[in-house]
Design a protein around this ligand. Sequence first.
Ligand code: SF4
Length: 297
Amino acid sequence: MEYITAKSVLMVTDSDEWFGSEYNINLYRGCSHGCIYCDSRSDCYAIKHFDTVKAKRNALEILADELSRKRKKGIVSLGSMSDSYNPCEKELELTRGALKLLDRYGFGVTLETKSELVLRDADVLKSISSHSPVIVKFTVTTPYDELAKKLEPKSSSPKKRFAALETLSNAGLFTGVLMTPILPFIEDDSASVISLVDRAASAGCKFAYAGRAFGVTMRDSQRAHFLDKAEKLFPGMKARYLDAFGDDYFCISPRSGELMKTFTERCLQKGLLYTMDPIVAESKRPYETRQISLFDF
Ligand code: SF4
């Protein structure tokens, strides 16, 4: 782990398409979870030595100032470029500190992680949810712990992620599972999709989200890293990807159509939301009702 100095922390997002977020915060650069498919390795983000986490040492000081000057409250997305619950967060508490600031200044939050360390901050998330929307998402790309250990070696196991989701759901938080990416030829089978949806429902999640198709995006050095790792783990996989996708940005599973049908049917059976607009609307619903009732008086 290294320290860097930040000039700004709170960014306005281009659109609110990602779980209703209007702002974005990354407290760390790089990530040590080691997912072989990680998009944040792409050249366009220019993060050198990606596996070494760089913590923004002055992030909370800057964030407090930025939040205090924002006239428009909103939903802040945490962890889009780096998991906010990297192991060093246990000691540094930058994410916890940022959540406390969001709570103090009346902002909501949408965060995604693969680490059960988020459980530590259930108290702050609950406090935020008393005034603003909170969405806690766990990315789970396979239900199988052994496979996840190969693909996402330093993240919490799927078993621990679902257990954490259950704890957070039982605490009254709005939770869901992100099923992105799903790696073609490795994770793209119906049994896995059904299992992920069923376990999300059992954990009390309100939604499962798989994007518009099952697959994985690939760019430049991210592609090279992935193909190298995939070939070591699954001999012959590099040629299979190159044959099927070449330099394509979106490598869509040949089974995507059938998997999407299975996924939507299963979500409907289990009562899970699975498209973005209804998920965002449902996460905001209690707060809109509260605003209307205030006008009623
Ligand atoms: S947890 Fe997210 S940011 Fe970290 S390596 Fe995995 S995909 Fe990349």
